[in-house]
Write a protein that binds this ligand. Structure first.
Ligand code: SIN
Ligand code: FE2
Length: 210
């Protein structure tokens, strides 16, 4: 896989590769992620302190996975319910990283976010990683998301972008710590997923490589 030359910088350092994955590549990724979910079932994360459930369900693959519960946000090597190690990262995701994050050390975590009807994600920063030099790669599958991105301060102005199935977004450089979130998902906008909804994958480097 090669990164397309046609990227759009939607915030400083944030590159939007539209239609980076063709339909066959999207179907392959969905099959790979279904296999991950079969081994590491989706769980409902909860907010630190309050325990309020997220509207998005999650799982992970790779040596580390991101989890959240009353005690806080963290990476850990095992599923919070089954206590089993996360499944391996599929080759399709490693290829995607090689194409869009060339030069960065290998990814250690792929967070799988599943958006059913009505799910959204509030503005936040991805800052639980020790390595903040590697980019975060985000892959959209299924229904279109109204994605929002701002700057490194919560009060910075934001802009929105409609992320469609097959789009890849690279949050690097100045956008690595940019606030971002998903306002809503547009039901019925894609035929990729049986039953509709959206799957977002975010690939991250977590530890600082030696
Ligand atoms: C995330 O920030 O973890 C998810 C972003 C998205 O779903 O597009
Ligand atoms: Fe995020």
């Amino acid at each position: 896989m090669q990164a397309s030359d046609h990227s759009l910088e939607i915030a400083p350092g944030c590159l939007w590769f539209r239609d980076a994955l063709d339909r066959a590549a999207q179907e392959q990724l969905v099959a790979d992620i279904r296999a991950v979910i079969a081994q590491a079932p989706l769980f409902t994360p909860r907010m630190p302190r309050t325990g309020k459930p997220f509207s998005v369900r999650m799982t992970n693959c790779g040596p580390l996975g991101w989890v959240s519960d009353e005690t806080g946000y963290r990476y850990q090597s095992f599923h919070p319910d089954t206590r089993r190690p996360w499944p391996d990262m599929p080759a399709s995701l490693l290829a995607l990283w090689a194409a869009h994050a060339a030069g960065a050390p290998p990814p250690e975590a792929c967070l799988v976010n599943v958006y059913d009807a009505g799910a959204r994600m509030g503005l936040h920063q991805d800052r639980d990683e020790d390595d903040l030099t590697a980019p975060v790669l985000s892959v959209s599958l299924g229904d279109t998301a109204v994605f929002r991105i701002g700057g490194a301060a919560r009060t910075d102005p934001t802009r929105s972008a409609r992320l469609s199935s097959g789009d890849v977004l690279r949050l690097g450089g100045a956008s690595r710590l940019a606030f971002h979130g998903v306002d809503r998902v547009i039901a019925g906008s894609s035929s990729l997923l049986d039953g509709g909804g959206r799957i977002n994958l975010t690939l991250r480097r977590v530890t600082v490589s030696a």
